[in-house]
Design a protein around this ligand. Structure first.
Ligand code: FES
Length: 142
């Protein structure tokens, strides 16, 4: 394996009004999802694609997460996470924190600098979670 950080995406392809989903693997080879987004000052940040309320719920289900006022919104129960810190400032998991994935920018590309992960590909992992099946009952009973 090369020591060069893996390129995830062109910087210009990282949106500021939604998220860009990608897949990494951990030291055990398990696939994990994460997303990139760009803050209003242009900084690129990445977090694991896991709501801190129900950890089987994705913040980006494949077509971009809901980003509003510098926050990503969980579409299950409306928790909001500040994208500059990862902290949940509203919702059922208020005070919890998204898990950061370390990334950097090199020569117009966003690269994975987090030694805990290896870049796999853009897009989702293809691994189903319980939260995808609708099998759980939320507060509205649906
Ligand atoms: S699962 Fe995200 S707020 Fe409940």
């Amino acid at each position: 394996m090369s020591d060069e950080p893996a390129r995830i995406a062109a910087l210009e392809d990282v949106p500021g009004d939604t998220t860009l989903l990608f897949t990494v693997s951990d030291a055990d080879g398990a696939l994990e999802e994460a997303f990139l987004t760009r803050l209003s000052d242009g900084t690129v940040v990445a977090f694991r694609n896991v709501c801190q309320h129900w950890t089987d719920v994705r913040l980006d289900s494949g077509d971009g997460g809901l980003v509003r006022n510098g926050e990503v919104v969980c579409q299950k129960h409306g928790a909001t996470f500040q994208l500059d810190t990862g902290i949940c400032d509203f919702g059922p998991c208020e005070g919890a924190m998204l898990e950061t994935v370390e990334v950097g920018v090199e020569d117009g590309s966003v690269v994975l600098t987090d030694e805990a992960y290896r870049f796999e590909h853009i897009g989702g992992s293809g691994v189903e979670r319980d939260g995808d099946s609708g099998g759980r009952i939320d507060f509205t009973g649906s």
